[in-house]
Design a protein around this ligand. Structure first.
Ligand SMILES: Nc1ncnc2c1ncn2[C@@H]1O[C@H](COP(=O)(O)OP(=O)(O)O)[C@@H](O)[C@H]1O
Ligand SMILES: [Mg+2]
Length: 274
């Protein structure tokens, strides 16, 4: 039932009742964290990497996560991505509480529901662009012929139809990151998680990557959660969570009064703490 509402901007009272969680604007919720906490023990000292984070992300949103080094950004991303388990609290993605999944099901979740992109692309250096994109489909047992076809289509989507048989070291940083985006899309995930995805890119490539992310949101309704300290990324997020000491300090909506009011402190943070 809820799938009929996918992408629908319509709000309100007439929206059909659905068991799937929705935001107040009646958009389906894709990611929800409830009182999420992660503690690490350093000898006898426990460090709270994450300390009670509750956030809700709707389908098709582009969300930024900013904060100083050590504030818990990567920990949050890893918990949403099922790479790690929380000490406390819950992560719910597409209505599934990750805490209920055993290791095998969690691996399946990472493979099929989540796409990952990283600062340094993390492509397999011995495989061509198209082979890199096919790889996660192989793990998901997609038949060989279908893999090739889909990888080709995805590389076209990211504008690399002329680079399919290139090795990663024959591609620019911006091109490698676009291969990584195509790879992240290969098993049609609900959410793409990026940890500093523009951290190694020049500003022109960073802008091009954000153009691509916007196009993917529009055309495929993919949801993005991007850890970043890049103003180019921040400016093009729908909402940004500013976190510090493992807690959400505030939520910023770029290009609004809210962001203008906060910009002095936030930009100070960008300049001095990252
Ligand atoms: N695997 C780990 N073992 C121990 N401490 C960790 C581990 N991962 C992160 N931490 C600690 O948790 C805090 C948050 O780390 P992290 O999420 O990586 O921050 P950020 O990505 O914002 O820089 C830091 O104090 C870090 O040292
Ligand atoms: Mg980090």
């Amino acid at each position: 039932m809820s799938s009929s509402q996918v992408g629908s901007p319509s709000v309100g009272a007439e929206a059909p009742a659905s068991k799937a969680a929705q935001t107040p604007e009646a958009r389906p919720v894709v990611v929800q964290t409830i009182d999420l906490a992660k503690r690490y023990k350093h000898g006898r000292i426990a460090v709270a990497a994450l300390d009670g984070v509750s956030i809700t992300i709707a389908k098709g949103e582009i969300i930024g996560i900013v904060g100083p080094s050590g504030s818990g950004k990567t920990t949050l991303l890893n918990l949403i991505g099922g790479l790690d388990r929380p000490s406390n609290g819950r992560v719910i993605v597409d209505g599934v509480d990750l805490g209920t999944l055993d290791e095998g099901k969690l691996a399946d979740y990472r493979l099929k529901k989540i796409g990952f992109i990283f600062q340094f692309y993390n492509l397999m250096s011995t495989l061509t662009a198209i082979e890199n994109v096919e790889l996660p489909m192989g793990f998901a047992n997609v038949p060989k012929a279908e893999r090739g076809e889909r990888a080709e289509e995805l590389l076209k989507t990211v504008g690399l139809e002329l680079r399919m048989d290139h090795m990663p070291d024959e591609l620019s940083g911006g091109e490698q990151q676009r291969v990584a985006v195509a790879r992240a899309l290969s098993n049609s995930p609900s959410v793409i998680l990026g940890d500093e995805p523009t951290g190694d890119l020049d500003s022109k490539s960073a802008k091009a990557l954000m153009d691509l992310i916007w196009a993917l949101r529009r055309e495929k309704k993919v949801t993005f959660v991007l850890v970043t300290h890049d103003p180019i990324v921040v400016a093009r997020c729908d909402r940004v969570y500013s976190i510090r000491d493992g807690k959400v300090l505030r939520e910023i909506i770029p290009k609004t009064e809210n962001a203008k009011r906060l910009s002095e402190e936030e930009s100070l943070m960008m300049d001095t703490l990252y």
